[in-house]
Write a protein that binds this ligand. Structure first.
Ligand code: NDP
Length: 285
């Protein structure tokens, strides 16, 4: 048997399942983490047919797979499929990280902690005692509600195009702090915010919700979960309205990956070098 074959037999197998999946940067990120930590692993991006998610997961684990990331549109299905969940996955009702266990599948959600680490540890922003506006009430917004509220902001307003979804989220998380749900079109009378987070997917179409600039307080920090080679429409809106700091979601992507890496390997990789590398390759693309 060649050395190469020996190596591939020892390699544990990981993947990210999604649809579409072509643009996923997760294989690169996990390969970098593996290099740093000296682990030998294989990590692939796999496009799964929309009606075949559960079977694809079970087949992957039966064939010896050690862990999966799950992305759009399968995070809720991943939650349903898991037989045991982390507390943060229960709150999010969605999983982006799966691991096989002797009697089932363990599901976790690392998106929320990824956002918080990027804002606090990487950017030096604070959420404690400040007013936070969260735009959007989809899966990503739900995933960040608990970690956001655990930072004890003085108020959290969730604003969504479909107001009922914002109100439902606010009710579900009311035990963790001061949170209200509103329509995106009903923000003009709000006091200014210290932190504004865009968790809508409008940016994927080059758009941003139409919002008054009066929402930005002095030294307001604005974060868009979307990322790309150029500043997003939300980032441009924030800069035009004199935001103190503006960030896209590239750091969140790498931080959530690092937390998944920890769930599987109990090792914490360095994220800064990977964020810088990805930033460079986005700029060069
Ligand atoms: P969902 O499809 O679950 O939710 C989309 C949200 O965006 C809904 O609240 C929807 O409102 C709102 N929305 C969509 N289009 C518009 C628009 N034109 N104007 C105003 N609101 C709009 O998506 P996710 O929550 O899963 O993802 C949201 C974004 O976050 C995506 O762009 C995704 O790429 C990004 N993301 C980034 C991550 C990272 O690591 N950086 C991790 C996870 C997500 P309504 O309810 O009315 O339809």
């Amino acid at each position: 048997m060649s050395d190469d074959t020996n190596l591939s037999l020892r390699q544990r197998k990981f993947a990210v399942f999604g649809n579409p999946i072509k643009q996923s940067r997760s294989p690169f990120i996990h390969a970098e983490f593996a290099k740093q930590t000296g682990l030998s692993l294989q990590y692939r991006a796999i496009r799964v047919e929309l009606d075949n998610f559960e079977r694809a997961v079970m087949d992957f684990f039966k064939a010896g797979g050690s862990g999966l990331n799950v992305t759009v549109p399968f995070k809720e299905q991943a939650y349903q499929l898991a037989s045991r969940h982390s507390a943060r996955a229960v709150r999010a009702k969605a999983c982006n990280t799966l691991r096989p266990e002797a009697d089932g599948v363990y599901g976790d959600n690392t998106d929320g902690i990824g956002l918080i680490r990027d804002m606090i540890a990487n950017h030096g922003w604070s959420l404690r005692g400040v007013r936070v506006l969260l735009l959007g009430a989809g899966g990503a917004a739900r995933g960040v509600m608990e970690p956001l509220l655990r930072e004890n902001p003085s108020a959290l307003v969730v604003a969504n195009r479909t107001v009922a979804k914002a109100e439902t989220l606010a009710k579900e998380f009311a035990d963790l702090g001061q949170v209200v749900g509103k329509a995106l079109t009903d923000l003009a009378s709000e006091l200014p915010f210290d932190v504004i987070i865009n968790a809508t997917s409008a940016g994927l179409k080059g758009e941003t919700p139409d919002l008054p600039g009066s929402l930005l307080g002095d030294r307001c920090c604005c974060y868009d979960m979307v990322y790309g080679a150029e500043p997003t429409a939300f980032m441009r809106w924030a800069a035009e309205n004199a935001a103190w700091a503006v960030s896209d979601g590239l750091g969140m992507l790498v931080e959530q990956a690092a937390e998944s890496f920890y769930v599987w390997h109990r090792e914490r990789p360095d994220t800064a070098s990977v964020i810088n590398h990805l930033r460079g390759s986005l700029a060069a693309a």
